[in-house]
Each structure stands twice: as structure tokens, then as C-alpha cells.
Write a new protein. Structure first.
Length: 278
């Protein structure tokens, strides 16, 4: 079963007083829909926890962190509030996650008073799958995906963490040359918290007259060291290509908030990085 790591943040702030009936009712509908989704999500995770406990198991649905702030009204009834700010980070075992982007999509299209802000990142347990990213800025009148928000990135103020799939293939050989192994292990010593560097020790085998490697590594990359990380990966790719082979780096790293860094390799062996922050 696939699972998802989901980070959501929703802010609803009224733009008019109750005397402005048309605006008040429209924004009340958004607050009420958010309240309904909030109650549903927390209740479903609680139910999964109870069900797992009764079966003597650990729940695979759980909340890692949550924050709720309301202004002008109680946390038990968002419709009475002038402002609601809710963020949550949680895990769900599912094929597809239903998020606030689904729950509020129709009402977001009617947000002509610009009271709703929404950020959602859905990270799949399969590191090869692209994260789902949804955003509604305050001035937007629709929830949109984050495709247009990616920017080429060579340096950053953030620290990026994540599991990055790696692959390599060298033709016409029976062993990976030691300089490649040394370069890879040196890079892992600087950027992998576990210093495992097992790609060439445990996950390399002969394939069609060459040596194929396929695994992944957990990395922690301080933003000011991102250029060094990319340069080290590029050096390994260059060594592979000099020997007629190919080196692939394709994965996603996260900054612990609403930021994603993508590291990819093109057909010419060039390593690229792009990022977005909601």
C-alpha cells in the first residue's frame, strides 16, 4: 500500500463585517467548509488510531504536527470567527489523498473577496513519484497546481532533506572504477547523515556486459552548500560519461515547511536543480 506525507496550511480571514450580508455569508460558507474538513480529517485519523490499537497494531495514519489559531470566535466553530489559521503535517496510508484542495476547490473559485489562502504539498512514499502541489494565493480565484512556481536553483537559504534515487550504468566492464567509488563515498560523508554510501557495495551487479547500480541515499543539504552538492554529483556524472556510461540523479528534497527542491539529470548527463516555496 502506498502512503502519503501531507502538509497543509489554510488561512481564512474575513474582509467585511456582518453588516455586509452578501460578503459575510460568502465567507461564512468558506469557513464552514474548512471546519467540516478539519473535523473530518482529525476524526478519520483518530478512528484509524483506535482501530489499529484494537488490533494490537501501530496506526499508519497519524499527525506529526498541527497548529490552529482563531480570532474573534471559538475553535469549535470556524463560522463565528473573523480569522482561522490552520496548519497540519500528517501521514496517511492511501493511494490518493483527499486534501483541503479537494474540499475547498469549488468555494475557492467563488472567492471574489480574497479571504482564502491555501498551501498543500503531498509527498508520496515512492521517492520516484512527483509531489502533488496545490496553492491559492490570497488574490487568486482558483486553487492551482504548483507547476508554474518552479524556479532554477543553484543556492538557497533553506536546508533540504530527502531520499534521492540514484542509478548508474557502465558498459564493457566488470567493476566500477575506484575513483568513482571514492568520489561517491566522499560526497556521502559530507551530505548523508547515515554515511551509508552502500550503492557500490550492496546495490551494484553485472548487467549486459557492464555494471549497473541502482539505489538511493538520504541527504541533508544546507542551502549554502547546494552548489557544492550539485558540483560533486556533476563530477560523478562526468566520470561515467567519459567511460561511455550514464549517471542518474532524480529525486525530491524538502525544507520542513512548504518548499520542495527537485534534482534531476538530463539526457546529456547534466545535473539540474529547481525549487519552489509556497
Amino acid at each position: 500500500m502506498q502512503s502519503k506525507y501531507i502538509r497543509e496550511e489554510i488561512i481564512v480571514e474575513r474582509t467585511a463585517r456582518e453588516e455586509n450580508k452578501a460578503v459575510w455569508e460568502k465567507e461564512t460558507a468558506i469557513l464552514a467548509a474548512l471546519n467540516e474538513y478539519y473535523n473530518f480529517l482529525n476524526a478519520s485519523i483518530d478512528d484509524a488510531t483506535v482501530e489499529a490499537a484494537m488490533a494490537g497494531e501501530f496506526s499508519r495514519d497519524y499527525i506529526s504536527g498541527e497548529m490552529l489559531k482563531t480570532g474573534g470566535g471559538p475553535q469549535s466553530c470556524f463560522a463565528l470567527c473573523s480569522k482561522v489559521h490552520w496548519s497540519i503535517y500528517y501521514h496517511r496510508e492511501c493511494m490518493r489523498a483527499e486534501t483541503s484542495a479537494d474540499a475547498l476547490r469549488e468555494l475557492a473559485a467563488q472567492d471574489t473577496t480574497h479571504c482564502l489562502t491555501l498551501h498543500v504539498i503531498v509527498q508520496d512514499s515512492d521517492p520516484n513519484l512527483t509531489p502533488e502541489i496545490y496553492v491559492k494565493a490570497k488574490d487568486d480565484t482558483a486553487i492551482r497546481n504548483g507547476d508554474a512556481l518552479w524556479q532554477p536553483t543553484v543556492q538557497s537559504d533553506d536546508t533540504w532533506t530527502g531520499y534521492v534515487p540514484l542509478s548508474g550504468y557502465l558498459p564493457n566492464c566488470t567493476a566500477v572504477p575506484q575513483p568513482i567509488i571514492d568520489a561517491y563515498k566522499a560526497m556521502c560523508a559530507d551530505f548523508s547523515p547515515h554515511h551509508a554510501a552502500e550503492l557500490f557495495d550492496e546495490f551494484t551487479e553485472e548487467y549486459e556486459g557492464g555494471m549497473e547500480s541502482c539505489a538511493g541515499e538520504d541527504y541533508v543539504i544546507p542551502g549554502n552548500q547546494l552548489p557544492l552538492f550539485l558540483a560533486r554529483m556533476q563530477d560523478i556524472s562526468h566520470m561515467y560519461r567519459l567511460l561511455g556510461g550514464r549517471w542518474g540523479v532524480n529525486g525530491w528534497l524538502f525544507n520542513g515547511s512548504f518548499g520542495v527542491l527537485a534534482v534531476t539529470t538530463d539526457d546529456d548527463g547534466v545535473i539540474h536543480a529547481k525549487s519552489l516555496k509556497l
